[in-house]
Every structure is written in structure tokens, then in C-alpha cells.
Design a protein around this ligand. Structure first.
Ligand code: AKB
Length: 316
């Protein structure tokens, strides 16, 4: 049996840094090569510097380690992307196409490509975006993810490249910080609570969005990548759901543990982005095809987030 050799591109990011450690635990450090545009002091071994805009840099590492699977996580997210629309489009598309091309030409058997709830837009049923909802994204990030989903389908149909994808909700975890997203508030709010600071939220208190605890996001990612190929029926990207929460609901959950915690609300351009996204996602297809089941709810997540962040801030 050929052992899988995995390459993670974007290993320094919010999801990448946690997923990399989880993959190394399962497959062994020597079988998971981590990469990003800048070195990471936390990953002292099995790290390669890759600028995913450069095809040759990806191909060099794929050949060097005989890589069989790639997790391509590097991208500019929704809020940051609106500041530099054309640059975001070029970067997100070029990096993704480089990965798909390297994979196809070097017999990489499986690729993970993250999509997002950002693929949905103004005309989606906000209360429940179903798998087959019409896709009409309002941000450049969303447009690049929607195009990426179609490219994933194309590479599968034309070349048999086994690309798998999830439409992630906003991810909440204590080990890493998000950057440049519309859902970043949902991590920042916990940090403010632990630091005993008031949080200034850039979304309206009642803006419900799909969110997911990091451990659930990790287990969904690993599960879809390990599912037998015949069970993967969606070749664009699977809707993935867990919680559907608003800032006020998270604030109230935090106040049960930190009664003096305060939040003020001053909306900015990110409110307009959030207003185009669904508040809830229907993920029946993922549940049916590969038994997806989230484990964490708001109460469990809040307890873990606050406990772990207390420990983190005490140490520093
Ligand atoms: C963002 O807010 O841009 C991301 C996402 C939902 O894809 N967290």
C-alpha cells in the first residue's frame, strides 16, 4: 500500500495552523509537509517555504516529497478582499489553478479546496441556503470561491482529479486568529472577554451567520478527505453547517460566565457583506454522503474558548 504524503499550502493561517497539527498527529510528522509564504517558528521541521503564485515552487516540493494529497488553504478572505478586488481575484485564482495544474501533472491523487458561505449572495433564501441554491456572490472573495468550485468540477470531469471541497461557515477557535474575514468578530469577542475589555462589534447585534467551532471544521475536513471516492457526489463544494449565531447570542453566552462583559455595536462595510450571506445553511447532502455531524454547540464552545484563552493569556 502506498502511504499518503500530504502537502498543506497556507499552513500559517487560522485553519491551516490547526489542521496541520491534526494531520501530523494522524499521518505522522514525516508524512505531512507544511508550507506558507513565510516560515513559521512553530513548525520547525517538515516546513517548506512556498509562494503559491509560483507554479514551480509548488511543483518542486510535490516532486521532492512525492506528494499524493494537497490541502490548498491559502486565500484572501471576504473583508480584506474588498480593499483590493483585482489583486484578490488574481491571487485566489492563480494560486488555486497552480495547485490544480501541479496536481494533475504530477499524479497527486486528491486535492482539498476550501469554499465558503460567501458563494451565496443577495438572492439566496437567507433563512436556509440549500445545496443547490443559486450562487450569486457579492464579494470578490465569494466570486473567486464560486469560480473555484466550478474549476474543481471541471478538473474532476476532464482529468479525473479528485478535488474535494467544503463551504465553510465562519470558524471559531482559540489556537489561531482569523484575518481579513467578515466573521472574525466571533473569535475577537472571546479574546476581549478574557482580556476584560469592552468589545466593539462591527456587525449589528442580530446579524445571524453560520459559524462552526474549529474542532468540528477540522473533523469535517479530514472526514471528507477520507471518504471513499464513490460517496462524494458533489464535485463543486458541500454545504457545511453547525451553528447559526448572532453577535448578541455569543455576547449573552459569554456574559453567563463573565457577567461584566460589555459589547458596543458600530457597524462598518462588513455589515453589508454579512447582509448578503445566508443566516443558515442546509447541509443534508454532506450528512447523507459522508455522515457529517457537528459535535459542538454555543454553550460547549463558549466554555472551551474562555477556559483555553484564560490559560493562554496567563502564560504570556
Ligand atoms: C470570511 O468571513 O471571509 C470567512 C468565510 C466565511 O469564508 N471566514
Amino acid at each position: 500500500m502506498v502511504r499518503d504524503k500530504i502537502l498543506v499550502i497556507g499552513a500559517n493561517g487560522q485553519l491551516g495552523s490547526v489542521l496541520s497539527v491534526a494531520l501530523q498527529k494522524i499521518f505522522g510528522k514525516e508524512n505531512v509537509i507544511l508550507s506558507d509564504i513565510k516560515p513559521n517558528p512553530l513548525f520547525e521541521s517538515h516546513f517548506e517555504k512556498i509562494d503559491a503564485m509560483v507554479y514551480d515552487q509548488i511543483e518542486y516540493v510535490v516532486k521532492k516529497y512525492s506528494i499524493t494529497q494537497i490541502y490548498h488553504l491559502a486565500a484572501i478572505l471576504s473583508a480584506a478582499g474588498e480593499k483590493y478586488p483585482l489583486r484578490t481575484w488574481r491571487l485566489n485564482m492563480e494560486m488555486m489553478l497552480n495547485v490544480f495544474e501541479v496536481a494533475r501533472k504530477n499524479s497527486v491523487s486528491r486535492v482539498f479546496f476550501p469554499s465558503s458561505i460567501a458563494v451565496f449572495g443577495k438572492n439566496v433564501a437567507r433563512s436556509k441556503a440549500i445545496q443547490t441554491s443559486f450562487i450569486n456572490p457579492s464579494t470578490v472573495y465569494g466570486i473567486s470561491k464560486a469560480a473555484g468550485e466550478n474549476w474543481a468540477q471541471y478538473y474532476f470531469d476532464q482529468y479525473g482529479l479528485d478535488v474535494r471541497s467544503l463551504r465553510y461557515p465562519g470558524i471559531i477557535g482559540y489556537k489561531s486568529m482569523p484575518g481579513g474575514g467578515t466573521t472574525d468578530y466571533a473569535v475577537e469577542i472571546y479574546h476581549s472577554a478574557v482580556k476584560k475589555e469592552k468589545y466593539i462589534c462591527y456587525l449589528n447585534p442580530d446579524t445571524k451567520l453560520p459559524l462552526i467551532y474549529m474542532d468540528d471544521a477540522i473533523h469535517a475536513t479530514i472526514e471528507i478527505m477520507q471518504t471513499p471516492i464513490e460517496n462524494i457526489r458533489i464535485r463543486t463544494s458541500y454545504n457545511l453547517a453547525s451553528m447559526s449565531l448572532s453577535p448578541i447570542e455569543i455576547a449573552l453566552a459569554i456574559q453567563k460566565i463573565h457577567p461584566n462583559f460589555k459589547v458596543d455595536y458600530y457597524t462598518d462595510f462588513r455589515q453589508n457583506i454579512a447582509a448578503t450571506w445566508p443566516s443558515e445553511i442546509d447541509d443534508q447532502q454532506a450528512r447523507k454522503d459522508w455522515n457529517w455531524q457537528p459535535k459542538y454547540d454555543l454553550t460547549q464552545m463558549t466554555k472551551i474558548m474562555l477556559e483555553q484563552l484564560e490559560k493562554k493569556y496567563k502564560k504570556n
